[in-house]
Structure formats: C-alpha cells, structure tokens
Design a protein around this ligand. Structure first.
Ligand code: GLN
Ligand code: ZN
Length: 761
C-alpha cells in the first residue's frame, strides 16, 4: 500500500515565490535570485514528502506562473505577437505571455474549473508551429533525482490541454482545436522519451476535463490520443489523474479503457458517484489512486472514515494496486499550519493544510499496510469528536432558524414594478440615475490608519475620526459631482468578505493561509467553522453616519451570503446550502437594522454568485436555486419603499439570466466593460425584465479616463434595448484600486453623459 500526492502549492509557506517573482519583475533582483528561491522551494517540498514517506512524489508541479502556461511553453505554442524566435523559452517570453509587456498585452486568463486558481488560456490555430521549447519537466525530474528523490513527473494531459485552449485571434471560432492532437503528440513523445532516458518509471498525465460534460467526439479524442502515445509510454507506469468531480459513466468507460495507461486517479471527496463505478467496473490489474484527502479544503481528514473506504476498495482492486492519494493538487489549499500562531489550539486541531495533508495521506497508506500509527489516528479521532461536539461549532438557535427556511420559498410580497413605483415616490430620482458601486480609492494613508487601529497603535476615537473624515470627503465629492445615489466609499473595509467575516461568529482567520489565485497573487480565505450568526450590527454605524452627511440617498453596502460562502473555506460537516442560509439570516438582520436606521437604498453584493456554479450542468439548477433563495432571504422582511440593489462582477450571464431575475432585486448593477453586445443580446432576445439595471458604462480596471461622448454612446446603445425608466448609469465595479486623479474626471464625464442624454429624451 503506497501513498501519492497529486500536486503541491508552489508559493511557499510564507509566499516566498510571490516576493521573489515580484522583486524580479520590478527589476530589484536577478533571474538567478528567482531561480535560487524557486529551487530551494522545490527542494524543501520534495524533502518534506520524502521524509513523510510518500512513495509517489510529484515533480513539475512547481511553476513560475501557471502549469498550463508551462505546457504552452513546452509545446512552443507562443502566440506570434510575442515575437519569439525559437529555442528554449526564457523568462522574457514566458512572463510576457503571462503578464504582457510594454508593447503587447498578456494572454487571457480564466478560472481553472471551479477553483479560484486562474490559468493562462492557450491560443491555438492551424498555423502554430509546435516545437519542444521547454525542458522544464525533464529538468525538474533530474533535479529531484540528483537530490535522491525519484519523482513522478506531472504533465497536463494532451487532450485536456486542447480542450482548455481557445482559437487564436484571427482563427475561426469554429476551428476544431482537437485537430491539433496530431501536432502536439509528437512533442509529448519527445518529452516522455527524455523522461524515460532520465530514469523515470512513472508519469502522471492530468486530464481533469474528464469530469466535465463531454460530447462523444471529445471522449473519442482521449481514446485516439492515448492509442497514439501507447508505444512511447511502454515501459513506464502511466497515471491518468482526474479531479474536482465525479467522472461520468461514459467518461469512466473511456478512461479505464485507455491504451498504455496503468493507473487511474479519482477525486473521491467531491466525486462520490465514481465510487460505484469503481466498485462495478474498475479494470483488473490496474492501479487505483484513491483521492481521499481533500485538496480543496483546510479540514483535517476523518482518518477512520477514509481508512474504512480504502479498506473497502482493497477488495475491489487488490492490496498492491491501491494507492492512497489526495483528491486533487494541494495547490488549492493553504500551505502549512505550522505558521498559524494566531489560531487557538482547538481550532487548529480541526485543520490540515498541505503539509499536514501529506502526512495524512501517508498515515492512511501505512495503516492499510498494517502499520497503523495508533497515536496519530487517535489524536485525529479526538479532534474529529471535538469538532462535532464543540459548542463553538453548534448554535441551536441558528440551526433551527436555518432548518425552518428549507423547503419553503421566500420573496417580497409585492412585485418589482410596484415596488419601484413606491420607491420612486420616496426617492424622487431623475431618469438615468447615477451611482457608483461602493468603494472609493484607498490611499496609502487610509490603509495605514486601518493597520494602526488593528495593531492598537491608535485609539478607537482617532480611528473613528479618521474614517469619518474620509467618508465626508467622499460624500462631498459625490455631491460636487452631482451623483444621485451616494455611497460612503467603504474606507473601513480591507476586503469585502473579511470585513463581514470578522464580525460574524463562526469564522476564523489565518495569518498565512494563502492560496494562489493567479501568478504571484494569493488570497487568504476566511474559515467558516461553525454556525454563523451576527452578534451585533456590522455596518449601521458607518452607514448612518454617512447618511447624516447628505440629503441624497446613501446606499447601505453589504456583501451577500453566496459571495461570503464562495470566497471562504466552508465547513464540510453540513451541506453548503445550509451554511449559506445561515449567512443569509445574519445578513437579513443587518438589512433590517439598516432599514430601521433610515437607510432607504441597500446594496447587497453578489460578486461571486456565478463562481459557485457546479462543473456539470445537471447540478446547476440545484445550486442556483439555493443560492438565489439565500439572496432573497436577506431582504424578504423589508418595506416596499426600501430599494435593494445587487452587484455582480461579470457580464457573462446569458445562461443564468433567469436566476438573476429570480433574485428579485430592485436594481442590478453589473460589470459590462468587455462587451456591451454580450449583455445586451440577452435583453434583445426578449427576456422579460422589469427591474432596474445598471450595466457598467466604463472599465474601472483600467486607468484610462473615458470621455463623455464615449459614455453617452454606450448609454444610448443600452437605451436601444432597455426601457428608459429602468436604466441606471454607473461604473463597472468599485473604485478601490483606482486613484482620485482618475476617478474624479471619469465620474464627472459619467454624470455629464447622463445629464446630456436626459435632455434629449
Ligand atoms: N461594493 C464593492 C466595491 O465597490 C464591490 C466589489 C466587487 O464587486 N468585487 O468595492
Ligand atoms: Zn464588481
């Protein structure tokens, strides 16, 4: 019985890689410095896994930016705009593809399945001249070997690589990307040959696209590709690894029949149905890599349960063919619990980050082979029991209230057009009302004030004074600009989830629980460990203070339950929807308190609603149903005259438009910077839509200042499709990352565009 790890975080326990990358990009350190930091990180990871007793240790899971980009480099598939002239790809070309340079934009980045990791999308077409242009996989294999660690080199599999790519600019959208298989397989063969020559006895090919809804021609591509690779793979043990969900029955059949493959890896944490397929039809004589340790979360494994599961699989595939593994790469969890000095021991005992998960995998393998570490298992059992029974986890009242929500529908009594009428009587807004999304620029000075308050270096009084002054500045500016519905600017918030999590019970925060999001960027998700409740109002103090400064409506500003959920590490001892309902109830309390305090417009951001969509279509309806229900719960108890806004950070919602309408918000503001067409086409197609809508009129991600004409032009385009009386005029998203010198003129132009159009209507 052996152990395996699918992949490991690259950033380092203290984000060493991030700092090395950024310093290199800033020209503050050399390529050699960056290489040194990276080599040290790889070496310590290999050593750690080796010392833990892991048998199949991965290599080539390190990356300077992204493993898909590494594959693009390996295949020499550099888009022509980077003027690459061949040879081995160096940092210059590599980082230009990742981040752009002074003259050329970066390649597109998109979310890796349903994680918060982003990969660089390959741009392919019939003219790409593939060549073996990065020997990284082989070099890292050799590097580990020289340190005495015989690793399993990991490559993104050829079919998933193509399925995750897109046609390059100028190539027909309908270009069959899979037709490029014949061109990339020869390079895979070269890499495999070199790995063999270097002494590799195993290779891991990641083919996570097998968990998606794939049409039959895509499944056939797997069959064809692996048949083609078969002879070059001979002599190697070949693991095809899948993760993030069940492998559907059809794909399971294709996968387990692949030529040249000796081992199959499955995510048994998220893919519980795969288990039945394994039990009924796993091919004999092959290895099963059973992903039982969750790579997507930070919870300690329930070792007794995993051991029982593994034992049941032993009977199916045989003792010597079963390998204990992680459910996916540990890239998606935090790095090492050892650096958490702020968390108390009880909570810590419930957690396992990547370094601890490696130990868990190995403990399971050892236990199966009869060498169970009794002390380790009983400590784990005690931690599991304490988590189940801790009063910090369970709050009877919250459990009851959230259980009562299930099975019934919650919506405001009156329909949206009647509510909008009632609200207009009270708010008396002009047509095409102007507003912003919430945050205003966060200056260095502002961040310092927050930091010093947190560190208790300044008193509460000083802090309140400073924040109040900041709000006043933002309010005055908006009045001067003549914006209709104001915001307070969110100066008291570092982050839209953390701010609420810190004030809700059931949340814990780490000091170093960073997870790579893209390139050198990391996020530090809060941990939801217990029933969620709101001990006291969270935003009422600042919102009412801000409202007192102006006669115009001041928007209350909240983060919605689905976004809080999707941007946190969520407890795994109850369904996600249950946790979401609990957060919804806490936000509901806040909404009602804001209303009581005289706030008449309340925005509840659901920036991450779409991110939670399950990978497979069959599961969409269930998710959208509870997600949208959670949102409605937050504002079901308020007056018709209180106007509820929501905001979303994406325009691509053609497929979920009915769910968005079903949220029943009075006004929706949405990102719209990349294409008016995409968004507007939904409405052009005749979707019945009666609520207020504010498609962003300019892109806040860019420092560029849009002209009045340009904004007016976009508003007019929208007016061609949407009713005059439902259209709002606002930027794309919050202004937090911009500077005042950009924000002032941009908003000035936005208001003047709205005013000009009003006179023309
Ligand atoms: N209200 C938030 C802000 O303005 C919304 C941010 C977001 O949508 N990501 O910053
Ligand atoms: Zn946004």
């Amino acid at each position: 019985m052996a152990s395996h790890v699918v992949g490991y975080p690259r950033m380092g326990p203290k984000r060493e890689l991030k700092f090395a990358l950024e310093s290199f990009w800033d020209g503050k350190s050399s390529a050699e410095d960056l290489k040194k930091v990276s080599a040290d990180l790889r070496s310590s990871i290999w050593k750690q896994m080796f010392d833990a007793g892991i048998k199949y240790i991965p290599s080539n899971t390190f990356s300077y930016y992204d493993q898909v980009l590494d594959t693009t480099a390996m295949l020499g598939a550099v888009p022509s705009r980077y003027n690459w002239t061949g040879g081995e790809i160096e940092f210059g070309t590599y980082f230009s593809m990742a981040r752009g340079n002074a003259s050329v934009p970066a390649m597109e980045m998109t979310k890796w399945f349903d994680t918060n990791y982003h990969f660089i999308v390959p741009e392919l077409g019939p003219d790409v001249n593939f060549s073996y242009a990065s020997h990284k996989a082989v070099n890292e294999y050799k590097e580990a070997k020289a340190q005495g660690v015989d690793t399993v080199p990991v490559l993104v599999g050829p079919v998933s690589y193509l399925l995750l790519s897109k046609p390059a600019k100028g190539v027909e959208k309908s270009f069959p990307l899979l037709s490029l298989l014949d061109k990339i397989l020869p390079i895979y063969k070269e890499v495999i040959a070199e790995l063999k020559a270097a002494g590799a006895s195993w290779i891991q090919l990641d083919e996570p696209t097998l968990v998606l809804d794939l049409e039959s021609h895509k499944l056939e591509a797997f069959t064809k590709a692996y048949a083609d690779l078969e002879s070059s793979l001979s002599g190697l043990n070949v693991l095809v690894e899948t993760y993030f969900a069940d492998v559907p029955a059809g794909a399971f059949k294709t996968l387990t029949a692949l030529k040249g493959v000796t081992a199959f890896g499955f995510d048994l944490v998220r893919g519980t149905q795969t288990l039945e397929l394994i039990k009924s039809s796993f091919p004999s004589g092959k290895y099963l890599f059973a992903g039982v340790v969750d790579g997507r979360n930070i919870w300690a494994n329930d070792l007794a349960a995993s051991l029982a599961l593994l034992q049941s699989l032993e009977g199916v595939v045989g003792k010597d063919k079963l390998v204990a593994s992680t459910s996916c790469s540990l890239l998606h969890t935090a790095v090492d619990l050892i650096n958490e000095t702020k968390l108390d021991d009880e909570i810590k005992s419930w957690l396992a980050f990547a370094a601890q998960k490696v130990v868990e995998v190995n403990a399971l393998a050892k236990a199966l082979s009869g060498a169970k570490d009794e002390a380790f298992f009983s400590a784990n059992a005690a931690a599991q029991a304490s988590r189940k029974s801790s009063p910090r986890v369970t709050n009877e009242a919250v459990q009851k209230a959230s259980a009562a929500l299930q099975g019934s529908d919650h919506r405001r009594a009156t329909n949206v057009s009647a509510r909008l009428d009632a609200q207009q009587k009270k708010l008396n807004l002009p047509i095409l009302p102007t507003t912003t999304i919430g945050s205003f620029p966060q200056t260095v000075e502002l961040r310092r004030v927050r930091r010093e308050y947190k560190a208790k270096k300044i008193s509460e009084e000083e802090y309140v004074k400073a924040i109040t002054e900041e709000i006043k500045k933002v309010v005055d500016l908006q009045e001067e600009l003549d914006i209709d519905v104001l915001v307070h600017g969110e100066p008291e918030r570092n982050d839209m989830v953390e701010y609420f999590g810190e004030q809700l019970s059931g949340f814990a925060f780490t000091a170093n629980g960073w997870v790579q999001s893209y390139g050198s960027r990391c996020v530090k998700p809060p941990i939801i460990y217990g029933d969620v409740s709101r001990p006291k109002p969270m935003t009422v103090f600042w919102s009412s203070k801000a409202q007192e400064m102006t006669k115009r409506p001041m928007k209350g500003m909240l983060t919605g339950p689905v976004t809080i959920l999707n941007w946190s590490f969520v407890r795994n001892d109850q369904p996600r929807f249950e946790t979401c309902y609990q957060i919804a109830l806490a936000i509901k309390d806040e909404v009602e308190d804001l209303e009581k305090a005289g706030i008449t417009v309340i925005q509840i951001d659901e920036a991450a609603l779409r991110e939670g969509l399950p990978l497979r279509k069959a599961e969409h309806a269930f998710y959208l149903n509870w997600a949208v229900h959670s949102f409605r719960i937050t504002n079901v108890g308020i007056e018709d005259t209180t106007q509820i806004h929501t905001h979303m950070c994406y325009s691509n919602f053609n497929d979920i438009i009915h769910s968005i309408i079903d949220m029943d918000a009075d006004v929706i503001t949405i990102e719209n910077s990349r294409s008016d067409e995409k968004l507007l086409s939904v409405f052009r197609e005749g979707v019945k839509y009666g609520a207020g809508i504010g498609p962003g009129v300019y892109d806040i991600h860019s420092p560029r200042i849009p002209s009045t004409e340009e904004i007016a032009d976009r508003v007019n385009k929208m007016l061609a499709v949407l009713d005059t009386n439902i259209l709002w005029v606002n930027p794309d998203c919050g202004l937090k990352t911009r500077k005042y010198i950009e924000v002032k003129p941009a908003l000035q132009n936005m208001v003047s565009a709205a005013k000009t159009i009003r006179t023309q209507l």
